[in-house]
Ligand binder design. Structure first.
Ligand code: AMP
Length: 361
């Protein structure tokens, strides 16, 4: 089977590694040219259509791909996950509207195309509220928390040139995400709900919640609605804010997700392998966690430790050149015993902070 992955970052790398024992021929391609409105020109579209038509299946690792380009490729071969899900994920307004249509709880929102709309948003949502770019915002970039009337002009100066959405600020207790995979036989498997902590808008830690049954049930039911709506095939993720017992849907990712990286070492089957099984017409595998305590730490603009670490620690380097704010790798800690689990977390943070542990053991 010949598989093409559009995008050749760490997610593609991990997708490939997850099935290296299977007889697939996989190529990962750098992203097609795309303009700031999310479109690729006709020449680019035809070029990719020709390049990808000999593959049995095409998948993607990132949302930054033009929908018309993938639709053109889909005339020639199978593309998963559903392009409709990608289209919604590319536009925060479409996303919020679909949450509403599918009766999925989300925070209030309003489309903003002018300064008048912004003033209307202020009246409807009250302070604080968040002004966000509808498209191409990522890792907390392209958004502005408006706390008082004095911030309105500054927010407009920063973002006014884009299509925008304003949404109410959720004073959440914590953030979670639900990762799931669905195959071509309509089987859905869910990874456990995870709690996510961000640093400067970038995911820093993911904690696997092995005992969040009530929230988990809601999250799974909501994700199922999305998956069924799109006839979705592959791995899918949805992020939520949690306030009390309520989950507010924040955004979707029609792809493998950073908050699912723990599954490489902490589960019997990773989100990557289930994605690859799903898109190649295999049955996906039910998920079982390997331990009671599982956590992932993202290395952001930090060196990837190279020395020997405790045996409950799994280090993954993305092989990139060190740059501020760049995801360099991640570390999974998987343990049944709380004491040794915490010990390892402390060792990792000490090493990362001290920039030690850079020589091979
Ligand atoms: P997003 O790109 O929408 O996932 O936003 C990045 C991060 O900003 C989220 O993970 C939250 O920590 C925070 N954030 C975004 N929108 C809101 C909101 N409406 N209320 C509170 N925090 C938010």
């Amino acid at each position: 089977m010949k598989i093409a992955i559009v995008g050749n970052g760490q997610l593609a790398q991990m997708l490939i590694e997850s099935v290296k024992d299977l007889a697939f021929k996989i190529d990962a391609y750098p992203l097609p040219e795309i303009n700031q409105n999310g479109h690729s020109n006709a020449h680019e579209i035809v070029m990719w259509q020709n390049k990808l038509k000999s593959y049995d299946v095409v998948t993607y690792e990132i949302e930054n791909i033009s929908v018309e380009l993938l639709k053109a490729v889909a005339q020639e071969t199978q593309v998963y996950p559903a392009i409709g899900a990608l289209k919604v994920a590319q536009d925060r307004l479409a996303e919020k509207k679909l949450f509403t249509e599918l009766e999925i709880e989300t925070n209030n929102f309003i489309e903003v195309n002018s300064k008048e709309d912004l003033l209307l948003a202020k009246d409807l949502l009250g302070f604080p509220f968040v002004l966000k770019k509808r498209r191409f915002g990522y890792d907390g970039k392209g958004q502005f928390v408006i706390k008082a009337a004095a911030d309105l002009q500054q927010a407009w100066d920063a973002l006014g040139q884009y299509d925008l959405i304003a949404e109410s600020f959720v004073n959440f207790d914590f953030e979670v995400s639900q990762v799931a995979s669905c195959d071509q036989f309509s089987n859905i498997v869910f990874y456990p709900l995870v709690r996510n902590e961000h640093r400067e808008g970038i995911l820093r830690e993911t904690h696997v919640l092995t005992d969040a049954s009530e929230l988990s049930m809601v999250a799974q039911e909501v994700v199922k609605r999305f998956i069924r709506h799109f006839n979705y095939v592959g791995t899918f993720a949805m992020e939520f804010f949690v306030k009390g017992n309520t989950l507010y849907a924040n955004e979707i990712a029609p792809r493998v997700h950073n908050s699912g990286h723990w599954s490489i070492d902490g589960a019997n089957i990773s989100q990557f392998r289930n994605h690859m099984l799903a898109i190649t017409k295999e049955e996906i595998v039910q998920v079982k966690v390997n331990a009671r305590h599982i956590m992932m730490i993202n290395l952001i603009g930090e060196n990837v430790p190279k020395c020997q670490l405790p045996e409950n620690v799994y280090v993954k380097s993305y092989g990139k050149e060190l740059r501020a704010g760049r995801k360099m790798g991640h570390i999974n800690i998987v343990d049944n015993e709380l004491e040794t689990f915490i010990e390892s977390v402390n060792i990792i943070y000490k090493n990362v902070a001290a920039k030690s542990c850079l020589e091979e053991f």
